[in-house]
Write a protein that binds this ligand. Structure first.
Ligand code: TYD
Ligand code: MG
Length: 470
């Protein structure tokens, strides 16, 4: 009989220790290390020699050879399929995380209904809500007639035993992994050990049965998927569902995907009757802007393979504080500090005594450095009061030297801009190719040129726009 090993695991990050300690060395959290029963956990390295030699010998295979293309099941919700890389792969496990109330259950019940409507066998297991609540939501969404099999269960072994009885379903939704528990381990539901063991069982089920399993995961205040990070490593894809609570837009974004790209996003809108796909996100994100106010510009961004125009706004106002305020929503604080420093050092603009607020409209989050130039432009615009005309898009990366650096996929960005009626673009002086015929580009080599362009003003064109000969 193997001696039962006592191990202690951090309930926040999953780090394992040989003895108890008050603070986790790995993640710095206090009072999160708890004793766990190691004997049934995943193999621990350093197995004793008695267990060695009992393994089964296996055959190696060559790297080349015929492999079949991963079989995929499309949900029919195009924005969802785009993020997964063209549908769910057979036997794969996806983890979908997001703030409470963002719409995870709504999205998954809609996807379940769409799939089952197309003839697939879909099982929806709710560990958080009673079946009556799930039914109510489905009724509200007008999907109550879909042949989705619903159950309110939390015992993973029961779930797998039930699923194993009939033919394997194509899709199993587990809402949420934090509510699941398995009698195989002793810890309480919701602990790292339980979440990890439940996820392991469900992943094993997916691999052996060929069903796609979607695990819903809660998100902590700082944005990480709650419970062990290890679940993220175990699954095939990690998808987050994000959005500002007050905004109706919701963005689906993959941060890990073994079967597809990670830079595609899916855009949804929360309506009274569930999530609606947003087919033309650029038009939505720039709709309703104040076209004649300083401190606003349109950034020609890229999300994966899809160009996306976004409005970005800044307010620069005299500060009464000793340390002026810098508040950023939807962009990176550090990049703001960097762009401000460059504007100061190379553009001659002094922001010292001003509070600065920067916001990306529509609840979007920009991660591309290509937004630097647009941010610099609106900061200069808000400081000087010079309005950036409403037919201009801006795109470029700013270097610490003040140089404006080229960005990728300029042609796609500009094409999207022309589609939405923009007739001018402020772009880097190099690396801009494939400019569509109906857009006039203004090339800026460095931040000083941008500042003088903004100060000179960008007079608005009378409608319909007349193209300049530049
Ligand atoms: P839900 O899917 O329960 O969120 P999660 O599972 O991520 O916690 O959705 C919750 C919110 O969505 C809730 O606050 C109400 C709103 N909602 C709508 O606006 N319209 C709808 O049709 C539905 C079903 C929900
Ligand atoms: Mg839910």
């Amino acid at each position: 009989m193997a001696r039962r090993e006592r191990i202690f695991a951090c309930q926040a990050c999953g780090a394992v220790y040989g003895r108890w300690q008050g603070k986790c060395d790995a993640c710095g959290a206090w009072n999160t290390v708890a004793e766990e029963n190691a004997s049934r956990l995943a193999p621990v390295s350093g197995a004793s020699s008695s267990t060695r030699g009992k393994g089964r010998a296996f055959q190696f295979e060559a790297l080349h050879g015929a492999t079949e293309e991963a079989r995929r099941t499309r949900t029919g919700i195009a924005e969802f399929d785009r993020v997964t890389g063209g549908g769910f792969v057979r036997g794969s496990v996806l983890l979908i995380g997001g703030d409470p109330g963002i719409g995870k259950s709504t999205l998954l019940i809609q996807a379940s209904a769409a799939l089952s409507g197309a003839g697939a066998r879909v099982v929806y297991i709710s560990g958080e809500e009673a079946t009556a609540q799930v039914r109510l939501r489905a009724e509200r969404l007008g999907l109550a007639q879909s042949p989705v099999a619903v159950a309110a269960e939390t015992n993973v072994e029961d779930i797998i035993a039930t699923l194993s009885r009939g033919p394997a379903p194509q899709l199993v939704v587990i809402d949420s992994i934090q509510t699941m528990w398995t009698p195989l381990v002793e810890s309480a539901p919701g602990t790292v050990t339980q979440v990890r063991a439940s996820a392991q069982s469900l992943i094993r089920y997916a691999k052996t049965s060929g069903a796609t399993v979607i695990l819903v995961g809660h998100v902590t205040k700082d944005g990480a998927i709650a419970g062990p990070r290890v679940v993220e490593h175990m699954v095939d894809a990690v998808i987050s569902f994000e959005g500002e609570g007050a905004h109706q837009f919701r963005i689906l974004r993959a941060s890990k995907n073994r079967f597809g790209p990670t830079d595609e996003i899916g855009v949804f809108e929360m309506t009274g009757t569930g999530l609606a796909e947003v087919g033309n996100p650029s038009a939505q994100f720039i709709a309703g802007r104040d076209q004649h106010a300083a401190g606003s510009a349109i950034f020609a961004g890229m999300e994966g393979t899809r160009p996306l125009l976004m409005e970005i706004q800044a307010l620069v106002a005299p500060s009464a504080l000793a340390t002026p305020r810098r508040a950023v929503v939807g962009w990176d604080n550090n990049r703001l500090a960097m762009v401000l420093a460059v504007l100061d050092a190379h553009g001659g603009l002094r922001f010292g005594g001003y509070d600065i607020y920067l916001n990306v409209a529509g609840g979007l989050r920009i991660v591309e450095p290509a937004a630097d130039l647009a941010a610099a432009a609106i900061l200069a615009s808000s400081l000087t009061g010079a309005v950036i005309a409403n037919d201009i898009v801006i795109c470029g990366e700013v270097a610490l030297s003040g140089a404006v650096r080229p960005v990728g996929q300029m042609a796609a960005r500009l094409k999207e801009a022309t589609k939405l009626g923009f007739s001018r673009a402020v772009v880097p002086s190099i690396g801009v190719e494939g400019v569509p015929a109906d857009i006039a580009v203004e090339r800026v080599a460095n931040i000083a040129e941008l500042v003088s362009l903004i100060a000179r003003g960008t007079p608005e064109r009378p409608e319909p726009s007349v193209r300049s000969g530049r």
